[in-house]
Design a protein around this ligand. Sequence first.
Ligand SMILES: C[S@@+](CC[C@H](N)C(=O)[O-])C[C@H]1O[C@@H](n2cnc3c(N)ncnc32)[C@H](O)[C@@H]1O
Ligand SMILES: [Zn+2]
Length: 317
Amino acid sequence: MILPLLTRKARPMQSPLPLRSGNPFERVALFPRPRNSGSRRPSRPVCAVNASCVLPRTTDDAIILSLFPGADLLGRGFEQAGFCVVRGPDRLLGQSIEGFRCPPGVFAGIIGGPPCQDFSRARRRPPTGHGREMLLEFLRIVAEARPHWFLIENVPGVPSVSLAGYRIQRFNLFASDYGLAQKRNRAFQFGSVDGLPLILRRTKSHFGRSAPAALAKDPRRLADVCELQGLPRNFDLPGLCPSAKKRAVGNGVPVPMARAVAEAIRDRRPVTLRLCSCGCGRVLDGPKRQRSATVACRKRLERGASSVTVSLFGAGW
Ligand SMILES: C[S@@+](CC[C@H](N)C(=O)[O-])C[C@H]1O[C@@H](n2cnc3c(N)ncnc32)[C@H](O)[C@@H]1O
Ligand SMILES: [Zn+2]
């Protein structure tokens, strides 16, 4: 039953961005209400931590929205972990995120890898501002849709985001941590209303030589780029020309890495374990004074204070 959820009276948003009034979804009845059901609509569960976060009805309602999907390697990893993934607009299909609106309470989570060229160290030209704009578009949709959690994937140079009502965990993952022979380091930012941390499993280490990261304009064959990204070698995107296929696959998140993050989100629960303070999701098993899990974590903590933040309307309610 989608109607009760869509017609739930929303608390006024704190966003300075105007929300569209007269949302068409509010008047569309997909299922007629059964007779004698009374005038009261069954209400959707509301989060105990943040009353304006509308939770999915049950844990089985793990329907999530994937923004900037491209070939959606990220979403494919979530599907492998059991989520139902709905894909938002992408330029690849002649669509644009700017006009996209999302009613509150429909999606348990929102995932996406906004364009990363502006934040990439390999960038040759000065930033265009598009990367920052797209990050803000992502946050705008999260603020409208009010999911229980969101996940942003990008390059390590991406600014940290902040959004009122969400606690953010930031961490990096390497393709080699998931058995892939590729030098690829991705930065994730996980925001959640309940603040429960992700415990990340690095499933299978790859030792030995790694190939350079897959790129949008990659000179290697499509089958090779697919293998580096954890896709079957015969993976195809019918309807796209060969260079667009390679660009879409090269732009994606390695699928086993995406799956590991998805499983960590799926299996989240209150923990009594001590976790690394850098946000990487590693468990600390040393003495009580230990704060970081690895040397890289300690360096990340030392650098942490200097990160730039992109926020829609500040942290905290
Ligand atoms: C880094 S790729 C996403 C890769 C994807 N997460 C994956 O794992 O396969 C970024 C995508 O954003 C899309 N994009 C860029 N600007 C956009 C806009 N204004 N509206 C919609 N999509 C846009 C691009 O076409 C590209 O497919
Ligand atoms: Zn760490």
